[in-house]
Design a protein around this ligand. Structure first.
Ligand code: ADP
Ligand code: LRH
Length: 489
């Protein structure tokens, strides 16, 4: 049987990419055909996504995929969570989606909590508290002219699927990040929606990963030079859900670090954990493919490094990643460590300055140069992974034997080794493009090219992807435990 050929569109916070995946029961071949920068834009004080620029990247990528492969059996889209466009009654987008790092969202947290207390929000939705979750974004947008004119809300991947096919839908895994989906019924949490006085009509029908959304519209076919019909399938449209599908695990005793702009650290479960202890520890129950639960925490991630590089480049300092990492590898460990989840690191800005400030406040000598700053970031991330993996295992009663680290961070050998040392567990690093692979595998299964559950899809991944294993260094535990005590204060 001929392999299926699928375009996987994966939009990350730092870049968008379109990959061609050729999939057969014994074959999975992934090629990047288009990559473009994702640069947020601030206008009149508000941070936005350049959504039309990103859509142009999607169209360019789909065109490149068709050229590369000769034909396409399908297209699937995943992207970051929580952010959305509001559409008016004609279906026109009401302004650029606001970026989750914009400061306005957090201002609405008290108003939401006054109506639905945080304990109840957790029991119903299972989500960790993040000040930019869609429920807070909507409360912050209330009163604006565009909110008043809005009739529909489409999450970012659903918005692109809408422009490609005309479909109006909300894919389940990403809907589970809004703070407005019931983690038990997997439907919109209508009671919360009513109490928060949000229009029910905003929320489109839920679609499961694997459902067919529609076909590329004639104008899209013309624009991309493709011959129809080309189906568009709902995948795990939350990039983290697709990345977890793309973890090449061989048993269920694994933890993962989906390591890109954010680090999403946790385990895969069959049932949510919504205990008060879990809420206080900041764990989330996002929904995964095939009825799974992604029990995880957001760790601030390589954003700390990306923003440091941006700050240095703007100041005319060297900012080449491989040189910075090589220099950081020569710096002694634990000169200083910070809590990466400190809220001061969330907005864009002078990250090296904020890191120095956090070190000084905790009585540590701040990093003295770029290499020490990078080392501080990597040590601090590895330490946060250690804490989170251990806490996740404890809170859900799961034994963890291996940590799978996927995403761009799998290219960072120093971070992978530090993670193995910090966790005291082997780290299997790769694939880098786990999200695109998870996206393509769900499409291939929906198209009947491969069968089975996540176990079978992951067996195909293991047989076809490149990974590298990092063993924990003997005798490392003591120094990591001491560093952990230092951060906790
Ligand atoms: P996102 O999906 O959030 O845009 P990615 O998964 O693409 O993020 O990861 C991007 C990050 O991966 C970069 O910020 C960088 O730190 C890391 N990375 C990418 N390439 C390399 C490399 N060659 N060496 C080390 N780290 C890398
Ligand atoms: C990673 C991610 C993460 C969300 C954040 C907003 O790209 O989707 O899972 O919490 O972006």
């Amino acid at each position: 049987k001929a392999p299926g050929v699928f375009a996987a569109v994966d939009l990350g916070a730092s870049s968008g990419r379109v990959m061609v995946a050729e999939v057969a029961p014994d074959r999975l071949d992934l090629r990047e055909v288009h990559r473009f920068a994702n640069r947020p834009v601030r206008t009149a004080g508000t941070l936005h996504w350049d959504v039309l620029g990103l859509y142009t990247g999607v169209l360019d990528g789909v065109r490149a995929a068709g050229r590369d492969a000769g034909r396409l059996d399908g297209v699937g889209i995943d992207s970051w969570a929580v952010d959305h466009g509001l559409l008016d009654g004609d279906g026109t987008l009401l302004g650029n989606p606001v970026h989750y790092r914009d400061a306005r969202h957090a201002t609405a947290v008290p108003a939401v909590h006054a109506v639905v207390p945080p304990e109840e929000l957790y029991r119903v939705t299972g989500l960790q508290h993040l000040p930019f979750t869609t429920v807070f974004q909507l409360a912050a947008a209330r009163g604006t002219a565009s909110f008043g004119a809005a009739r529909r809300l489409l999450l970012v991947p659903d918005l692109f699927a809408h422009w490609l096919t005309g479909a109006v839908s909300a894919e389940l895994t990403n809907a589970s990040t809004t703070g407005l989906l019931d983690v038990t019924t997997h439907d919109w949490a209508w009671d919360l929606i009513d109490r928060l006085d949000l229009p029910r009509g905003f929320f489109p029908p839920i679609r499961q990963p694997g459902e067919r959304l529609g076909e590329l519209l004639p104008d899209v076919l013309a624009e991309t030079g493709l011959a129809g019909p080309v189906p568009v399938t709902a995948v795990g449209s939350h990039d983290t859900a697709s990345a977890v599908v793309g973890v090449p695990a061989s048993s269920d005793r694994f933890a993962y670090v989906s390591c890109g702009t954010w680090s999403l650290v946790g385990v895969e479960l069959q049932k949510p954990v919504v205990t008060e202890e879990s809420r206080l520890a900041g764990f989330t129950n996002e929904l995964g493919v095939d009825g799974t639960v992604r029990y995880l925490r957001n760790v601030m991630g390589l954003w700390l490094l990306q923003e440091s590089q941006r700050t240095w480049a703007a100041a005319g300092l060297p900012a080449d990643l491989s040189e910075l990492l090589a220099a950081a590898a020569r710096v002694p460990a634990f000169t200083a460590v910070v809590d990466p989840d400190d809220a001061r690191f969330l907005p864009p800005g002078d990250m090296p300055g904020r890191i120095a400030e956090a070190c000084a406040e905790t009585g540590q000598v701040p990093p003295q140069n770029q290499a020490e700053t990078v080392r501080c970031i990597l040590d601090s991330l590895a330490l946060a992974y250690r804490r989170t993996v251990r806490q996740a295992a404890e809170l859900c009663g799961r034994d963890v034997e291996v940590v799978h680290l996927v995403g761009g961070g799998a290219r960072n050998a120093l971070l992978c080794q530090l993670t193995a040392d910090a966790c005291g567990l082997p780290v299997v690093a790769g694939p880098v493009e786990a999200a695109a692979l998870g996206n393509a595998l769900v499409q291939a299964r929906a198209g009947g090219v491969v069968g089975g559950g996540l176990t079978e899809l992951r067996a195909l991944l293991r047989a076809t992807s490149e990974v590298r294993t990092y063993a924990p260094s003997p005798g490392a535990e003591g120094s990591w435990a001491a560093a952990d005590a230092r951060v906790r204060g």
